[in-house]
Design a protein around this ligand. Structure first.
Ligand SMILES: NC(=O)c1ccc[n+]([C@@H]2O[C@H](COP(=O)([O-])OP(=O)(O)OC[C@H]3O[C@@H](n4cnc5c(N)ncnc54)[C@H](OP(=O)(O)O)[C@@H]3O)[C@@H](O)[C@H]2O)c1
Length: 347
């Protein structure tokens, strides 16, 4: 039986959900691909790092971090505990695929970009859930992967495991993408919808936090930075835009008032934070994130709560839309899982 060794950088919500999915499907992967997928390194910020060429005990690592079920919140497997830093793991640990799941640095994409570059320099495949590298350095990383002859997948970076990049690559062959638009930030979508329904701002935020998708500091969402990073990632991959998030004409929902929402409703419209990218006549791609009044009859008007949508217009297939309905962390895990399976298939 063949082996595929994974190094997981980041083992938080997404990393642990991916770990559980991997364990649950271990047998099925072995049967389908005649390959044992094992985790040989895990890096975290504060819970310790694990490194073991023969494979880490993933169930134990998960149990250690499950404080609700008695875990200590830190790794305890002394056979695998390592003093290697994250970057040392990238540069020295034994693995075939680097899985980048560290927190997003929306301002620079680092240190995730360096993690990925380090893996490519060693001829390793990369799967990333972190959109920073795709938003800040996609072209360079894509070219590095090509030169190194390795696989580089990033489906999870926009709309979790929903096939967006895969859809275009595999099912819209030869079609040239001319425009991309979408509603990509659930926090702002939820706030706008609740304000329209008459809820108070503080109550909305409290409920969103309780439901787990509004951050303690939601400024990055409310001011449109998260949406800007997502549309940048989409445009860099789908339209080879070569842009960075600071080039997006960005405005968040911070100045939208209940009066604005009511005025829009009186005209039969709803306000949504719309992301958009279009190719201009000079060949460049112009990207924007703007609160936009949308006609109630438009499909986008019905995209509520944590649901997201992306519409992709091509020269051959006109406009195609993909909707992700109220995702949970398993849908994030599936994005990573699916990309790891692609690596298996492509080896
Ligand atoms: N959650 C989602 O729904 C979702 C969806 C799509 C994409 N993503 C992306 O997936 C990535 C992970 O998200 P998440 O929700 O799992 O975040 P998270 O729960 O905050 O977990 C982040 C993990 O990274 C670790 N970490 C922090 N700095 C590190 C470093 N320098 N080296 C190694 N590990 C480090 C953290 O360690 P500590 O626990 O010790 O702090 C933690 O284990 C992010 O880039 C996010 O944007 C998430």
């Amino acid at each position: 039986m063949k082996e595929l060794k994974l190094a997981l950088l980041g083992f938080g919500n997404a990393g642990q959900a991916f770990g559980r999915m991997l364990l649950e499907h271990e047998e099925e992967i072995m049967k389908t691909y005649d390959t044992k997928v094992m985790v040989t390194a895990i890096a975290t910020g504060s819970r310790g790092n694990l490194v073991c060429s023969e494979g880490i005990d993933l169930a134990r690592a998960l149990a250690d971090l499950d404080t609700e079920k008695g875990g200590s919140g830190r790794f305890t497997d002394s056979m695998a505990l390592s003093t290697m830093t994250t970057m040392e793991i990238v540069e020295w640990a034994d693995f075939d695929v680097l899985v980048e799941m560290t927190p997003l640095n929306i301002a620079t994409g680092q240190p995730a970009i360096s993690h990925i570059e380090g893996a490519f320099k060693r001829g390793k495949h990369v799967v990333t859930a972190n959109k920073g590298p795709i938003a800040w350095a996609y072209r360079r990383l894509r070219d590095m992967a090509k030169d190194a002859g390795v696989q580089f997948y990033y489906e999870t970076t926009v709309m979790d495991g929903t096939p967006v990049f895969n859809l275009v690559e595999h099912t819209l062959k030869m079609a040239k993408v001319t425009e991309v638009s979408g509603i990509l930030n659930s926090t702002t979508n939820f706030i706008l919808e609740e304000l329209e329904a008459g809820a108070e701002y503080d109550d909305i935020m409290a409920r969103g936090r309780q439901m787990g998708f509004i951050e303690a500091d939601p400024a990055m969402d409310i001011e449109g930075y998260d949406a800007a990073a997502k549309i940048t990632a989409l445009l860099n991959v789908l339209m080879d835009a070569g842009i960075t998030p600071d080039m997006v004409d960005r405005k968040g929902i911070e100045d939208i008032t209940v009066e604005d929402i009511k005025a829009a409703a009186a005209k039969g419209k709803v306000i949504k934070l719309l992301c958009k990218g279009i190719r201009l006549e000079d060949g460049t791609v112009q990207a924007s994130v703007q609160p936009t009044e949308i006609d109630r009859s438009d499909m986008l008007a019905s995209v509520n709560s944590t649901t997201s949508v992306v519409s992709i217009t091509t020269n051959l297939m006109k406009k195609v839309s993909v909707v992700e309905h109220e995702p949970e962390i398993e849908q994030t895990a599936y994005g990573v899982f699916g990309d790891v399976l692609r690596v298996l298939e492509g080896r």
